[in-house]
Design a protein around this ligand. Structure first.
Ligand code: 13P
Length: 291
């Protein structure tokens, strides 16, 4: 099994009507938790690294970390797509490919459409030449992953326009498209309000798999409905971090004496449980039922 292309995973998910969970990591404990969740449920998974992981200027041990990640994914008994999440530039995408990612996201969602299209095309030209999947974003999903303090609000004026999604697909040949339909990165301020009508219109108009960012903070019913309406990749990070932190707090409050390693194990188990739960709710088919 081991490392596979994200396109392969998402095309299968689209055909069989489920979503593949995509979980961010930037450390070994979280990476193991995510991969073990996939391995114990025998399901495909998307492991996402963030831009500092492919940039030694930002993370001095980036090269060593990516070497471990690629090695670990290659040895996994389940199919794993290794994806670079939210790369802000062409150069970052190329670094992701160099470090072994099988998929990259160029995030030009804050740029004018023409510029987003132009850079995405350049990334695709390089990535497709070596079999790497490319994700891009049209419209803009607000907030920051892991923002647990202030709460983020979706801005309907930044939602994905159907016309732009069609134009983007046709002009770039991108493999999958992240859309803004009411979710935000990080913790929500208020109740999330997802625009299912917009999602249906986009789904009808484009032929590639649709990606949801800002997956944390939704109910299980929301996830199931999103999958029914055609979402094939759900990005999830903040919920995993919150679950790890809460488990450590509860453990520390209930345990008079403990060691450092206990804390790491408590955090990892909580993260793994959250990932397993979401794999199940997203309806990801186990490897044995894929064909
Ligand atoms: P959350 O942190 O809100 O789950 O969003 C994750 C995400 O979209 C990563 O790209």
């Amino acid at each position: 099994m081991s490392l596979v292309s994200m396109k392969e995973l998402l095309d299968r998910a689209k055909e069989k009507n489920y979503a593949v969970g995509a979980f961010d990591t930037m450390d070994r404990v979280t990476t193991e938790a995510i991969l073990e969740a996939a391995e114990e449920t025998a399901t495909p998974i998307i492991l996402m690294v963030v831009p500092p992981c492919v940039n030694t200027g930002m993370m001095p041990d980036a090269e060593e970390f990516m070497h471990y990640v690629v090695n670990r994914c290659s040895r996994s008994p389940v199919p794993v797509a290794l994806h670079l999440d939210h790369a802000p530039s062409y150069e970052d995408c190329i670094r992701g490919i160099k470090y072994g990612c099988t998929s990259v996201m160029f995030d030009g969602s804050s740029l004018p459409l023409e510029e987003n299209i132009a850079i995405t095309k350049k990334v695709i030209e390089a990535a497709h030449a070596c079999g790497i999947t490319v994700e891009a974003e049209i419209g803009h999903v607000a907030g920051h992953e892991g923002n647990m303090l202030d709460g983020n609000v979706a801005d309907p004026s930044c939602y994905t326009s159907v016309e732009e999604a069609v134009r983007f697909q046709n002009e770039t040949g991108v493999d999958c498209l992240a859309v803004a339909i009411g979710t935000v990165h990080g913790v929500y301020k208020g109740t999330p309000n997802i625009d299912y009508d917009r999602l249906d219109e986009i789904k009808k108009a484009v032929s590639i798999p649709i990606v949801l960012h800002g997956g944390s903070g939704l109910s299980d019913e929301d996830y199931k409905k999103l999958v029914q309406h055609g979402i094939n990749k759900i990005n999830f990070f903040t919920g995993m971090t919150l679950a790890g932190a809460k488990a450590v707090q509860d453990f520390a409050a209930a345990t008079p004496k403990f060691q450092c390693m206990d804390v790491v194990q408590v955090m990892a188990k909580a993260q793994k449980d959250v990932v397993k739960h979401h794999i199940q709710v997203f309806g990801t088919l186990p490897v044995s039922r894929q064909s």
